[in-house]
Design a protein around this ligand. Structure first.
Ligand SMILES: Nc1nc2c(ncn2[C@@H]2O[C@H](COP(=O)(O)OP(=O)(O)OP(=O)(O)O)[C@@H](O)[C@H]2O)c(=O)[nH]1
Ligand SMILES: [Mg+2]
Length: 459
């Protein structure tokens, strides 16, 4: 049972038009009444209404600020507790005097994420929804916040509930057989249990797979532009970012260090890295640049290998391609400067050898849109219905799903190796428990604390 009242600033601290101070807990109205003077006392004020008034220090009688006060009675509130929100003038000083006043009148400072934690503890949202709240705050593109809002509405939890229901049904079928073998209840065979388990594994697998896209959406995707000197890497960087971020010259070796820029490619937050052209060089600065390029490639989610096709696919291009293959990195080949090639057969010969390569001319703006499509296709694994799919965006959830899958696989093995039904049941129960940890039905206290401590103050 939660019996204390917490207070915190819910808006960003600093210069702003207004600050919102939030108070939640059983004494929220009582504490607010001690320092707020309006037409009505807070206790008399109707729920879910706003009242104008003054905050007056009950120690010095000094007026701290003119404010608007919102009163919200439990349970129709964010935390399901009594909540007061005070909109004061912005700025650090007023917010901190107001907070100190609330503290000296019986409230305690809220920990990061504690309002949302209370919403969870009071059963208003489950753990996966609480995590979605944090994702919304941190979302970098609209596509990301759309996914997070869906999760807040419970998309992951609903999908999981369907899966859990199936496991529970299977378990109860097995248990009826185990406990009341003399009953007429339809007998479930090992073969049937194995079949249903396989079908549940397929469902879980599709959720696990969605994490590839979910993770790129949430954490952003790192794409490195690599290639020999002078092939047009910085030109591509500038075209994709629509900025003149990187220096472009016709002198090979222009870019000496990695240059990073954030872009939004079809709703996916992308960190683009322009690199120093890779070649054998005696120049020490350039050498270090080349080392950084190799490091950037090994950190990347996807590598763009740009080739100046007017020079042909050279031995150095091959060396670099081999480096990328050795790192086991997914890559996109782009044949740039097609405008300089008079004999189009030369391009076609290379395309025949590398059918996935994109012919490109950055100066004539050809091929770049296709590259963007390719990037999006890689992130979404060319899934058709990406906007309506339930997405796993959280590594913790993915980890739990994988554990559940292992138990289900073990249940399946038990069924085919003709073990007893109660062996199968044991594994099914273990899988159920791992799934329950995603929504918080079975979560450990440590996990819960760790999740909420990552929130910002006042949320
Ligand atoms: N004709 C033609 N020229 C291009 C094209 N793309 C880039 N260039 C030119 O190629 C030269 C080199 O371009 P950069 O973008 O600086 O090449 P880079 O790969 O970053 O070179 P380094 O930083 O030296 O490794 C510049 O003069 C560009 O204008 C293209 O599609 N066609
Ligand atoms: Mg460059």
């Amino acid at each position: 049972m939660i019996n204390d009242t917490i207070a915190g600033v819910s808006t960003a601290v600093g210069n702003s038009g207004i600050s919102v101070i939030r108070l939640s807990g059983p004494d929220a109205f009582l504490i607010a009444d001690k320092i707020f003077k309006g037409k009505y006392s807070v206790s008399e004020q109707e729920s879910h209404t706003i009242q104008y008034g003054k905050i007056i220090s009950n120690e010095t009688n000094e007026v701290i600020d003119e404010v608007l006060l919102i009163k919200m009675e439990a349970p129709r509130t964010y935390t399901r507790e009594d909540v007061v929100e005070i909109s004061s003038h912005g700025g650090y000083t007023i917010a901190s005097s107001l907070l100190n006043l609330l503290y000296s009148n019986g409230a305690r400072p809220a920990e990061p994420g504690e309002f949302t934690k209370r919403a969870f503890l009071n059963g208003r949202i489950d753990l996966s929804q609480a995590e979605a709240v944090m994702d919304i705050i941190q979302a970098r593109t609209q596509r990301v916040s759309k996914v997070a809002v869906k999760q807040l509405e419970g998309s992951v939890s609903q999908k999981l509930n369907v899966i859990r229901e199936r496991i529970i049904t299977l378990l109860s079928d097995i248990e009826v057989n185990l406990d009341y073998p003399e009953y007429d209840a339809e007998e479930i065979t090992l073969a049937q249990a194995g079949k249903e388990t396989t079908s549940i594994i397929i469902e879980i697998d599709s959720l696990i797979k969605s994490f590839h896209y979910g993770k790129l959406l949430r954490e952003g995707m790192e794409i490195v532009i690599s290639g020999r000197p002078n092939v047009g890497k910085s030109s591509l960087m500038n075209r994709l970012t629509r900025k003149n971020r990187s220096i472009v010259t016709d002198i090979p070796g222009t870019t000496r260090d990695t240059v990073e820029e954030y872009v939004n490619i079809k709703g996916i937050p992308v960190k683009l890295v322009d690199t120093a052209g890779v070649r054998e060089t005696l120049d020490q600065v350039e050498q270090q640049g080349v080392e950084r390029t190799i490091k950037a490639i090994s950190d990347a989610d996807l590598v763009i290998l740009l080739i100046d096709i007017s020079q042909g696919f050279t031995a150095e291009d091959h060396d670099l391609l081999n480096k990328i293959l050795k790192e086991r990195k997914p890559y996109v080949l782009c044949f740039n400067k097609t405008d300089l090639v008079d004999d189009k057969q030369k391009i076609n010969d290379n395309i025949n050898l590398y059918p996935d390569a994109i012919p490109m001319s950055i100066s004539e703006d050809r091929g770049v849109d296709e590259l963007e499509e390719r990037i999006f296709g890689y992130a979404t694994e060319n899934s058709q219905d990406i906007d309506n799919q339930v997405l796993i965006t959280n590594a913790r959830h993915e980890g739990q799903l994988k554990k559940a899958k292992e138990h289900l696989e073990s249940a399946y093995r038990a069924s085919v190796s003709k073990m007893t039904l109660d062996m199968v049941a044991l594994d099914l129960k273990a899988a159920l428990e791992e799934l329950g940890k995603i929504t918080g039905d079975h979560a450990d206290q440590d996990v819960i604390n760790a999740i909420f401590s990552r929130f910002c103050l006042g949320k």
